[in-house]
Ligand binder design. Structure first.
Ligand code: FAD
Ligand code: NAD
Length: 367
């Protein structure tokens, strides 16, 4: 019995092979998993270092070698989704015959728990910084040429920077460059740029350093992380998004994904909590979207409104949620996502439970 177990565990682990022509090196990874997709494959090729990571549920398979010879910067990644085959194609710099793929690095050809695999960072160039509000900016970063990485909906990355001689790491959730109004078009994933909407705190350690970066400077960006699963939204009919301040960031891709790709979706309601009107991120875009798409509705709630604010006021509360969080039908499949300051999220989840929503119907975005 032991033998059978051992061999079946081995059979589950991906395997790789490589071959060459005069000008190309092709590495083939057989994941043995039927539903592979580009979100699950992360490739970095810089100088002679090649790193390819495949995410398979809570496991990670890694290829990491110090290549035998130099390759050019352009790397192609082909994924045969249904058969679970991933091809990484490198261009040889010189037309020489390679005796081996390269020297394996620590962790090469291992299949381990994702949480046991350290985060990998690559340096990205700051392309632009645009004002969103008086204290929040949209940063556009460019991945290096040899990197293939897509940040899945609901996941975040870590930025790493050395501040006063110390490495500092903070999580941020990539957004889209804007909210697409025409949902007929596929979302703008060019695979090269990462957009981050970041609030700059006047006494913030990391955000002050970020704000001081110049266009053309570099910052390290990690692989994506997070426990949100797209499948949670795929079957929902009513989607409710509760956001506090920059807790809006995970809602951007989520909103776009739901409105473009979830066929059973009937309504999406965003309840957006901010201090003042000046703090509302992408207010105009959200209002435009609500006009354009009848499934979408947005409600702004201010905790420190000015005298002339005629909208909703206050912080997250049981009465506010009981007014706004409702199923469109008695048996609607509902998903409620919540993100914001820790006390906001914690109180929100408690109120939702008090209102009778189950654990499975609530997703809280946390670190
Ligand atoms: P800090 O130096 O840590 O302090 C920032 C401000 O908060 C200061 O005013 C400080 O006084 C105050 N502060 C610090 N700690 C606390 C505390 N425990 N309670 C109350 N106040 C406190 N931010 C974004 O802008 N955009 C994003 O997309 C984004 N995504 C995130 C994703 C995840 C998963 C998580 C956990 C956080 C995310 N954040 C995001 C927040 C971000 O990681 C940083 O916390 C934030 O940028 C502040 O960093 P800082 O070093 O500048 O501030
Ligand atoms: P903020 O201070 O401007 O507050 C926005 C709103 O949140 C307030 O108007 C209020 O309605 C509510 N709020 C704030 N503090 C509260 C409290 N103690 N109790 C109840 N409600 C409260 O928010 P900000 O400066 O934009 O901060 C956003 C927060 O969201 C940060 O803490 C950030 O770490 C977090 N965030 C988390 C993730 C994630 O976990 N994935 C992603 C993005 C942002």
């Amino acid at each position: 019995d032991k033998k059978v177990l051992a061999s079946s565990a081995k059979d589950l682990s991906p395997a790789y092979d490589w071959f060459q022509t005069d000008s190309l090196i092709t590495i083939v990874i057989y994941t043995k998993q039927k539903d592979m997709n580009a979100d699950l494959v992360i490739v970095d090729c810089q100088d002679k270092q090649l790193r390819g990571e495949i995410i398979m549920d809570d496991h990670s398979y890694l290829i990491e070698v110090d290549l035998d010879h130099a390759v050019s910067e352009d790397v192609a990644v082909n994924i045969a989704e249904k058969v679970g085959k991933v091809e990484i194609i490198l261009n040889k710099k010189d037309k020489v015959h390679w005796k081996m793929l390269g020297q394996p690095c620590e962790g090469h050809n291992t299949f381990i728990k994702r949480t046991d695999r350290g985060l990998f960072y690559r340096k990205c160039k700051l392309i632009s910084k645009t004002e969103v509000t008086y204290d929040t900016k949209l940063f556009c970063l460019m991945l290096p040429k040899g990197t293939h990485l897509r940040v899945p909906t609901g996941q975040h990355v870590y930025l790493k920077h050395i501040i006063a001689g110390t490495e500092v790491v903070k999580p941020y959730t990539p957004v889209l460059p804007f909210l697409p109004l025409d949902f007929q078009e596929p979302p703008c994933h060019d695979g090269v740029h990462i957009y981050l909407m970041i609030k700059i705190y006047s006494d913030g350690l990391f955000t002050q350093a970020l704000d001081h970066l110049q266009i053309g400077d570099y910052i390290s960006v990690s692989n994506p992380e997070g426990n949100f699963k797209k499948s949670q939204v795929q079957t929902s009919e009513d989607l409710l998004l509760l956001a506090g301040g920059t807790g809006f960031t995970p809602m951007v891709k989520l909103l776009n994904f739901a409105l473009t790709e979830v066929s059973c979706l009937r309504t999406v309601k965003l309840i957006f909590f901010n201090k003042t009107e000046h703090d509302i991120l992408w207010r105009n875009q959200l209002e435009q979207l609500a006009l354009k798409d009848e499934r979408f509705e947005v409600q702004f709630v201010l905790s420190q409104p000015s005298k002339d604010w005629v909208g909703k006021q206050g912080k997250i509360s049981l009465s506010l949620l009981s007014e706004f969080v409702k199923r469109t039908r008695r048996d609607s499949k509902v998903l409620i996502c919540i993100c914001g300051p820790v006390p906001f999220t914690e109180q929100g989840v408690q109120y939702l439970k008090d209102l009778g929503y189950s654990q499975e119907e609530i997703h809280a975005f946390t670190a």
